[in-house]
Write a protein that binds this ligand. Structure first.
Ligand code: PLP
Length: 350
C-alpha cells in the first residue's frame, strides 16, 4: 500500500547552488547586484496590498511584455518563473508514458525533473565535443512519439548558444507537429552575432515557444517571474495549465518596473560580459579547458576532478556548482569575487 506514485522514487532532486554566509556564491547564475531601485520601490508598493490576491490574468504585465517584444498579448503567457513554464509545457503536450521529451545533455537540470513529473519519457542527446547542442542529432532523435523538445541557448551549464542557421535548419527538419521550446534565460548576455534569437522566428513557426525570465539579467530570481512568447494557441494552453494566482502581485509589479527601466538594467549586463571574457582568459591561461560562453557563467569540463575542484574552491571561500562527473559551472560576478575564483582555480591547477 503506497500513497505516492512509485515513479517519484526515481525523480532526480533539483540541486540548488549552495549559499554559505560569508562565502562567495558563484553557484546559481544570479547577478550579484540587488534589483534596480525602481524595482525595489515597485515591489514595496505592491507588498502594501499583500492582503489582496494578485491579478489572475496578469493583464498589465502581459501588455507590457507584448509592447516590449512587439507581439500581440494573446501570444504571451506569464509564469511563476520560466521553470514553471517548462513544467506547463510538459503538461500541455504530454499525456504520459510513451510520450517523449527530447533535450540535450548536459543541459538545464530542470528538464528531466519536469519531464518525469509529467510522466513522460526522457530522451537525451549528448552535446558535441565543443559542449554545444548537436541539433542534427537532436532532429534525428525525433520520433512519432516526440511531443516536446527543449533547446537551451545559451546552454546551462556549458555556455554556448545555438546558431541561427543551424536552428532554422533544425526547425525545418522537426516540422510543425512537435513543440520546440527555446529557453533563452540568458539572452541578455549573448554577444555572438550568429546566435539564434527566437522572437523573429515566431511568425513562421507556430510550434515554437520562446522562454524568457526576469531571474537573471533583471536580477529578480527571488521574485519568480518568467514568460513565454509563442502562438495564440500554445499561449492559451500554457495559461490553462498555470496554477491559479501563482504569479505574485509583488513579482508582477517588479517585472513591470523592470521593463520600464530595461535600458538601465540591461546596461549592467555589459559589465558581466566584460568580466566573462577576463575570467575565461585567466582560466585558459591557468591551463583549464573553458568553452566559449554566451551567458553569465563559464564551464570547466573537469570530469572526475569535478568534486575535488568544488571542494578546493570552498576551502578558498568560493562556492561553485559541481555537476559530477561532468564539470563545474562558475557564475560571473563582480571583479573582486571573480578574482577570488581565479586565484582558487590557479592554485588548483598549479
Ligand atoms: C535560470 C534558468 C531559468 C530561469 O528560471 P526561473 O524559473 O525563471 O527562475 C530557466 N532556464 C534556464 C536554462 C536557466 O538556467
Amino acid at each position: 500500500m503506497t500513497l505516492i506514485r512509485p515513479d517519484l522514487d526515481t525523480l532526480p532532486a533539483y540541486v540548488p547552488g549552495r549559499s554559505v554566509p560569508g562565502l562567495i556564491k558563484l553557484a546559481s547564475n544570479e547577478v550579484a547586484d540587488p534589483p534596480a531601485p525602481a524595482v525595489l520601490a515597485a515591489i514595496a508598493r505592491a507588498a502594501a496590498d499583500g492582503n489582496r490576491y494578485p491579478d489572475l490574468g496578469v493583464v498589465e504585465l502581459t501588455d507590457r511584455i507584448a509592447e516590449f517584444h512587439d507581439l500581440a498579448p494573446e501570444r504571451i503567457a506569464v509564469g511563476c518563473g520560466s521553470v514553471t513554464l517548462c513544467q506547463q509545457l510538459v503538461q500541455l503536450s504530454c499525456l504520459g508514458p510513451g510520450d517523449e521529451v527530447v533535450f540535450a545533455w548536459r543541459s538545464f537540470e530542470a528538464y528531466p525533473i519536469v519531464t518525469q513529473i509529467g510522466g513522460a519519457d526522457v530522451v537525451t542527446v549528448p552535446l558535441d565535443d565543443e559542449y554545444r547542442h548537436d541539433l542534427d542529432a537532436m532532429a534525428a532523435a525525433v520520433t512519432e512519439r516526440t511531443r516536446l523538445i527543449f533547446i537551451c541557448s545559451p546552454n546551462n551549464p556549458t555556455g554556448p548558444a545555438v546558431r541561427r542557421a543551424e536552428f532554422e535548419r533544425f526547425l525545418g527538419a522537426v516540422g510543425p507537429d512537435v513543440v520546440v521550446a527555446l529557453d533563452e534565460a540568458y539572452a541578455e548576455f549573448v554577444t555572438d552575432p550568429d546566435a539564434a534569437h527566437g522572437r523573429p522566428l515566431l511568425d513562421v513557426h507556430p510550434n515554437l515557444v520562446v522562454l524568457r525570465t526576469f531571474s537573471k539579467a533583471y536580477r529578480m530570481a527571488g521574485l519568480r517571474v518568467g514568460y513565454a512568447l509563442t502562438s495564440p494557441e500554445l499561449a492559451a494552453a500554457l495559461r490553462k495549465v498555470c496554477p491559479p494566482f501563482s504569479i505574485s502581485s509583488v513579482g508582477q509589479a517588479g517585472a513591470i518596473a523592470a521593463l520600464e527601466n530595461h535600458e538601465e538594467i540591461l546596461a549592467d549586463c555589459v559589465k558581466v560580459i566584460a568580466e566573462r571574457g577576463r575570467v575565461r582568459d585567466a582560466l585558459l591561461a591557468a591551463g583549464f579547458t573553458v568553452p566559449v560562453s554566451e551567458s553569465n557563467f563559464v564551464w570547466l569540463p573537469l570530469g572526475e576532478r569535478t568534486t575535488a575542484f568544488a571542494t578546493h574552491c570552498a576551502e578558498h571561500k568560493v562556492i561553485v556548482r559541481p555537476f559530477h562527473p561532468d564539470g563545474v559551472r562558475v557564475t560571473i560576478s563582480h571583479p573582486e569575487e571573480n578574482d577570488a575564483l581565479i586565484a582558487a582555480a590557479t592554485a588548483f591547477a598549479g
